[in-house]
Design a protein around this ligand. Sequence first.
Ligand code: PAD
Ligand code: ZN
Length: 377
Amino acid sequence: MVREIEAAVIERAGVPPVIETLLLDDPRPGEILVRMTASGVCHSDLHVRDGEWQRPGPIVMGHEGAGVIEAVGEGLDPGVIGRAVALSWYAPCLRCRECQRGRQWVCTGSPSFRHAQADGTTRLARRDGSPVLAYLSIGTMASAQVVPATAVVPMTDGVPPEVAALIGCGVSTGVGAVLKTADVPAGSTVAIIGLGGVGLSCVMGAVIAGARRIVVVDTNRAKLDLAGTLGATHSVQADPANPVATIEGIREAAGEGGPDFVFEAIGLPATIEQAIAVLPPGATAVLVGMTAFGQTVRFEGFPFVDGARRIIGSNYGSAVAALDFPRYAEWFLQGRLPVDRLIDRRLPLAELDDAFDRLRAGQAARQIVVFPGASAG
Ligand code: PAD
Ligand code: ZN
């Protein structure tokens, strides 16, 4: 059965999304049809919208989503129909060497690379029959979507759709960067540069890790205040025209020469360079923010090596979605991970490009597209 859905489509990277009616085919073996309930607006979508990352098109945007299972492909248990789920934007192949050694966040066989199903085809088409891709195979800016079954994680009862959606990207990315990728020991000093959904999730992760000091850095005062309510202990208002002042502000706030760990959660060469420059000997910079394609960062070699400093890249907070999503959901229900406090705007799909404008201006913490009937999730 072919269904009509509403989806935010971009023709190619760098152009605004258009809300279109598309045709969605049935799920095939290994695939699941999900009615979407919520989809967060993450800066990774904006990188594509603004043409900073090249992607094939036409493509349905969105990769931070939650929904309800409506149908399953042949061979899957129909008993899961009606279940609320969160979606992983990195559907693991479960067969490659990295998956087999438990490192699904660097899976080399994921269908997500091709923005299609595991067989390379898509279940989405325009009325003229021409195919449409789904961003990272899940294209969550759509009223419904067919996704690889390995992208689907059942959600714990009582978790609202908006929170489940954020667990699908920002929360797993930020909390996981602190607890999994960097494995920050209790009592550490931590600095976080950039307080969008990802950086604020790093703050929540640092609180759970038992960090002694949590220094937050942003240009936007309101973001610094919000981070303070989540447990940040010191704040530095950044002036992009004066990076030296930011570096000195972080060092002073962290004490003892500087923080043990710095998380960069923006993806600008200038702030990545600040994250590296602020490291005292033995400290670690964790790069979470993603730059535009082709950008390079610079740092001086000798003191970096002489001081035994480290840089680590963190993809998806080293998430194993099937294990980590339920863990983060439980922590939300216990009040340890107040994900709902990150949400500062709920909007209909039609306002997506306006949400991108606010995100580009650094004005939003996390905006969420909510689909009609979402409360059922
Ligand atoms: P966001 O745009 O909501 O947050 C960025 C924050 O940085 C905003 O609060 C800005 O005010 C602040 N900011 C901007 N410029 C400066 C500056 N010069 N100095 C200080 N603060 C500044 O983004 P987000 O939280 O959605 O995403 C952040 C990055 O993380 C982005 O590059 C995204 O693509 C990346 C990301 N990485 C992964 C991953 O797996 N590593 C996953 C998801 C997102
Ligand atoms: Zn994201």
